[in-house]
Design a protein around this ligand. Structure first.
Ligand SMILES: [Zn+2]
Length: 451
């Protein structure tokens, strides 16, 4: 049986490997600014063409494209890939060799665990093969190409995101996708783990077809269908591309739809990922952290469901010390619409997003202010009650802010806005925090009574 290693182990190995040192033991390496340059061992190199980036621990040859998918063999850009190809050994042996260099002991796996990993690697192989077939199908399917074209999806998008079309494929795993345009879901490493199929009709046409089907008592068609067996909550669509851009900027943009991600990337916001319609999960947050995200911009529909989801995501992100922003979309707009006013592959869209994003606390306070302002202005008889209610709501937001400077700025602004003294707001926050920590102590130790 082929030996397999868990992803977590491989990640740890890659992180601990010093790629500059490893490549130095095979060829001459020189420091050039932030990066290193080496004589490429994968082609007959006379000028050093192999660039090593110590920050990402990756390599790339500017002459023969080793370390990218454009090279015929050396597609991986990491330490395991380098060793595998320079030593001309199979993948598991390269892993073992690197583990020896790094000084990590190999994980001791039970036969069941080995079998599980074997199954996973077979699944990925199948997905990759089927993905190629779907992709090829789409290129010969004029109707679907036209449908995608009408929605602004370019030929380059189709190649970047490996979009496909499932014809009458007989494989049982893909029966769900029959006659649908197919979006592959890639995992963090860029392997296809599942597909989502969408009928190639406009929403209006789909509705008409479904009404006709209902009249005839036939089954109606949902817009999207998935392959079975993969939990969407474990992945973020677009992450395999976005992770590099998130690492550079420390910022991730989160949208709901698949095509939103494709549009945002096309218009230059390549740090965008999608939760694919589900609420942000713990595992998805782990992926964001793995890519080094410190800030997240939520870009959601401004409807009630969107606001609720934003609220939920904010709570979860707070626990992980990731700063949460929102980009307020105008009523009825989605990220796709927003992209339309910007060119392809330039910086203007991102500039606009960074300029107009709001810390979620600010957004929430502005909302509370707007909702209560009518009562303050026109119902003078209840002004005290309104003022108090409003302050309590604002306090709910303020106590989530841990940074003292940030909090100070908010209190100063609010003092002016709400016409309440700085000290009064500050006292209220202190009082709330004390009450909360007492409650926490109580829940840990029910016998606890404050002195
Ligand atoms: Zn080369």
């Amino acid at each position: 049986m082929k030996r397999h290693y868990p992803t977590e182990f491989l990640d740890q190995l890659q992180q601990q490997a010093n790629l500059v040192e490893i490549i130095s033991s095979y060829t001459q390496v020189e420091k050039m600014g932030k990066n290193y340059l080496a004589q490429c061992p994968f082609h007959d190199d006379h000028t050093p063409s192999l660039q090593i980036n110590p920050e990402t621990n990756t390599f790339y040859c500017h002459a023969c494209a080793a370390g990218s998918k454009n090279h015929s063999e050396v597609k991986a850009c990491n330490a395991i890939g380098f060793i595998q190809h320079i030593e001309k050994i199979p993948f598991p042996e390269a892993v073992e060799k690197l583990a020896l260099i790094v000084g990590l002991s190999l994980p001791n796996l039970s036969p069941q665990q080995q079998a599980e990993l074997e199954r996973r690697s077979e699944w990925l192989e199948l997905m990759s093969k089927v993905g190629e077939t779907f992709h090829h199908n789409l290129k010969n399917n004029q109707n679907s190409l036209q449908y995608l074209g009408n929605r602004g999806i370019t030929h380059l998008d189709i190649d970047i995101w490996k979009l496909g079309y499932c014809g009458d494929e007989t494989h049982q795993n893909f029966a769900n996708l029959r006659n649908r345009i197919v979006f592959p879901l890639f995992d963090y490493n860029g392997d296809i783990v599942s597909f989502t199929g969408r009928v190639p009709f406009s929403t209006i046409l789909l509705k008409q077809l479904n009404e006709k089907a209902k009249e005839k008592n036939q089954k109606t068609q949902p817009k999207y269908k998935d392959t079975h067996g993969v939990n969407k909550g474990d992945h973020l669509f677009g992450m395999h591309i976005a992770k590099e851009y998130i690492r550079q900027s420390r910022i991730a943009i989160i949208v709901e739809g698949w095509t939103d991600v494709i549009s945002l990337h096309r218009h230059g916001a390549k740090n965008a990922v999608s939760t694919m319609g589900v609420a942000l999960t713990q595992n998805q947050i782990n992926l964001l952290k793995r890519a080094g995200a410190k800030q997240v911009i939520l870009m959601r529909d401004g409807d009630a469901a969107g606001i609720l989801a934003t609220e939920r995501d904010h709570k979860l992100l707070l626990d992980h010390d990731i700063k949460c922003f929102i980009y307020p979309l105008e009523n009825g707009m989605d990220p796709d619409n927003l992209c339309l006013s910007f060119g392809y592959y330039n910086e203007n869209l991102l500039k606009q997003i960074y300029r107009f994003m709001q810390p979620i606390e600010q957004y929430k306070i502005a909302k509370i202010y707007k909702e209560t302002q009518d009562d303050i202005l026109y119902h003078y008889g209840i002004i005290n009650q309104t003022q108090e209610d409003r302050l309590e709501k604002v306090l709910d937001v303020l106590i989530t802010i841990n940074d003292p400077v940030e909090l100070d700025i908010y209190i100063r602004q609010l003092s002016n806005l709400l016409l309440i003294s700085y000290d009064a707001i500050k006292d209220k926050i202190r009082y709330r925090r004390e009450k909360e920590s007492q409650q926490q102590a109580k829940s840990i130790n029910p016998a606890f009574t404050p002195a």
